[in-house]
Design a protein around this ligand. Structure first.
Ligand code: SF4
Length: 422
């Protein structure tokens, strides 16, 4: 009989071929999916060339997504994308997504059924942790780790310990999954879960749709975590139905599994929240931030660019105009989401309000393109990072919020709640 284990420990044991593992143990483990993007893949490809193997370990298990500076912003980004494109074609990579098919990687891979429960996934991008929403262990690594993984299909890990966040009760109106994770990060800080797995449980998550669960797990890295994870349930299974490209294995934490800490959080204590510059943990109630005037609002990204986010934003914007002097940029995260926005009439709402709607791209989230901030400008964004200079000039400011608060802010011209709009 093996020791009681968390979901995360069970995934590691299975992929390391061991009956059990414990936190802190170093293991070599087989990978299910290896990911890189147009920033990180070119470095990985160069290092792969130095490893001395001709072919990748499995051309169906590598995902290459040109999403950061694409459609190419300049000559340098075009060259980066070309390195990845040429490699993908030479290696026959089946999960390479050209412009016109691509989306923001952490919205795209779950949507396309590439990642699934029980998987062990690494990606040369810190928000790879998003896939924990599907009951997978997924984490960001460096490009050289991806190079080695593309050659061998394996990587080494220190098994993380787990922290449990049990959120129970009922969320108030306009309190979204983004507010839940901002609340948690505000509570524990940007290093509150350092090198640990954040396991989310409780009836708030039991009722949360997959888009919301991905928002929560996406931001685990902003608390310093190795990963975020939510156990598979009927909502997960329904999401996977018709889209999962492989069979999957479900793992559940044993009732007596050991956690370094268990946080019990009453959902009623969570309010619409904004993270002020320059840390995701610098959180305040949106209701207390109405004096913050805004130049730009960005709704999109791997955190909040999914269809539920678009629906919420459109619901708030409907019948309103963007305030004078404010730019509203909306980025549906994938082509499918874009198309769905069109079918549901959300595009009309966005355009009627005076928003610019972009093709899927990371763009402004990392200060890449499609909405760079000038000196001293302020943006509210549904993205995940508000570090100094993240979206432009070092003196600009980024305030992180939910799609509902972002949309209301675009209309009001200052940080606002949807109920503030007449
Ligand atoms: Fe990174 Fe932003 Fe792109 Fe997400 S949307 S992958 S955080 S650059």
């Amino acid at each position: 009989m093996s020791r009681p284990m968390t979901i995360t420990e069970k995934i590691f044991a299975a992929h390391a071929g061991l009956a059990e593992v414990q936190p802190g143990q170093l293991v070599g483990a087989k990978l299910d999916i290896v990911l890189a993007n147009d920033v990180t893949a070119p470095i990985a490809i160069r290092e792969f060339g130095r490893v001395g193997v001709d072919k990748v370990w499995d051309n169906t298990r590598i995902a290459l997504v040109p999403d950061h500076y694409t459609p190419n912003k300049d000559i340098k980004s075009a060259e980066q994308a070309k390195i990845m494109r040429d490699f993908a074609h030479a290696q026959g990579i089946t999960h390479y997504y050209e412009i016109g098919c691509m989306g923001v990687e952490h919205a795209l891979l779950p949507e396309q059924g590439v990642v699934g429960p029980g998987d062990l996934i690494i990606g040369a991008d810190s928000h790879t942790c998003t896939y924990g929403a599907l009951g997978a262990f997924a984490t960001g690594v460096g490009s050289t780790d991806v190079a080695a993984a593309m050659a061998t299909g394996e990587s080494w890990f220190k098994v993380p310990s787990s922290i449990k966040f049990n959120v129970t009760g009922q969320l108030a109106p306009w309190v979204s999954p983004k507010d839940v994770i901002l609340h948690i990060i505000g509570m524990i800080g940007v290093d509150g879960a350092l090198y640990q797995a954040m396991e989310f449980t409780g009836d708030v998550f039991d009722c949360m749709d997959m888009d919301g669960r991905m928002t929560v797990c996406n931001m685990a890295i902003e608390a310093g975590a190795k990963s975020g994870i939510i156990a598979v349930d009927d909502i997960t299974r329904a999401y996977l139905e018709g889209r999962a490209e492989r069979t999957w294995t479900e793992y559940h934490s044993d009732p007596d599994a050991v956690y370094t800490q268990v946080y019990e959080i009453d959902a009623a204590t969570i309010v619409p929240t904004v993270a002020f510059p320059h840390l995701p943990s610098n959180t305040r109630a949106a209701a207390d931030a109405r004096d913050v005037k805004i130049d730009q609002v960005v709704i999109g990204s791997c955190t909040n660019g999914r269809i539920e986010d678009m629906r919420v934003a459109a619901g708030v914007l409907k019948g309103h105009k963007v305030a004078d002097g404010v730019r509203l940029i909306i980025l549906p995260a994938t082509q499918d989401i874009w198309r769905q926005c069109m079918h549901e009439g959300l595009m009309d709402v966005f355009l009627d309000a005076g928003a610019a709607v972009s093709t899927p791209t990371c763009g402004p989230c990392l200060g890449g393109h499609m909405g760079i901030l000038a000196a001293g400008e302020r943006a509210v964004a549904t993205t995940n990072r508000n570090f100094v200079g993240r979206m432009g000039d070092p003196t600009s400011e980024v305030y992180l919020s939910s799609p509902a608060v972002a949309a209301a802010t675009a209309v009001a011209g200052h940080i606002a709640l949807p109920d503030d709009l007449s």
